[in-house]
Design a protein around this ligand. Structure first.
Ligand code: MN
Length: 243
């Protein structure tokens, strides 16, 4: 057991806000979680204890190493799927935040192998040429509870994600990453939006997806102004909390 390194108070506040925003936007409910890489220790990350994200406060945040071990003597229950976060931070030095959720519209696309999950809106260009799909049966057989509940499954998930921003998890949900917390939150919200739009569009007819070039260009434009949605989402989430 090692001692925790002091965390930038703003980073901690943003992580608490991210928990509330993701609930307010319907990405997480009682389940799902968001983490951020430690600002001073890249080999550690911050994640709330096992609880509903909407209820998270600063003192609910715990610190982990990249193998998913707590760095403090803390008896409070931890999330079963914390291995998702550590394995991705280990594999992807460019990633500073991870959102894992079961946001409902995305689950359909995780389960339908023939349905490509590509961007159909300019707000969703971060999906690039499409999200990859993680099939847990390839790594753990056909009788699991579908959860990434150990380090080996975390590594397998991170490998499937590769250099992408989003990985669908068959019959379960998705994991979304970003170079900052605000990127990851934005992408998690718009991953759910893309799934809703795409499910609608597929009922109407042949879908024209964003090209690779359009995906890249729109991603650059939208992700250059993340403070704007963040300010709105934070205000809305906090307003709803104090009612
Ligand atoms: Mn899960």
């Amino acid at each position: 057991m090692t001692s925790p390194t002091s965390v930038d108070p703003q980073a901690l506040e943003d992580l608490v806000d991210a928990n509330h925003i993701l609930f307010n936007k319907g990405v997480v409910d009682a389940f799902g979680h968001v983490s951020v890489r430690h600002d001073k220790r890249p080999d550690r990350f911050l994640l709330a204890r096992n609880m509903a994200p909407a209820l998270v406060r600063a003192d609910d945040v715990q610190e982990f190493d990249l193998d998913g071990n707590l760095t403090t003597d803390d008896a409070r229950r931890v999330y079963l799927e914390r291995f998702i976060h550590g394995a991705i931070y280990h594999a992807r030095p460019d990633v500073a935040a991870v959102v894992h959720s079961h946001s409902p519209s995305v689950v359909s696309f995780s389960a339908v192998k023939s349905a490509k999950f590509r961007p159909i809106s300019h707000m969703c260009g971060f999906l690039g040429d499409g999200a990859v799909r993680f099939e847990i049966r390839e790594f753990a057989g056909d009788a699991t509870d579908l959860l990434v509940r150990n380090g080996a499954l975390g590594v397998a998930l991170a490998k499937t994600l590769g250099s992408g921003n989003v990985v669908l998890m068959r019959g379960h949900g998705s994991t979304v990453v970003g170079p900052t917390l605000k990127h990851a939150v934005y992408r998690a919200i718009y991953t759910e939006v893309n799934a809703r739009l795409l499910a609608d569009a597929l009922r109407l007819g042949d879908v024209e997806y964003l090209s690779s070039g359009e995906a890249l260009a729109t991603m650059k434009t939208n992700e250059g102004q993340l403070e704007r949605p963040w300010a709105l989402w934070k205000e809305a989430a906090n307003r709803d909390r104090t009612r």
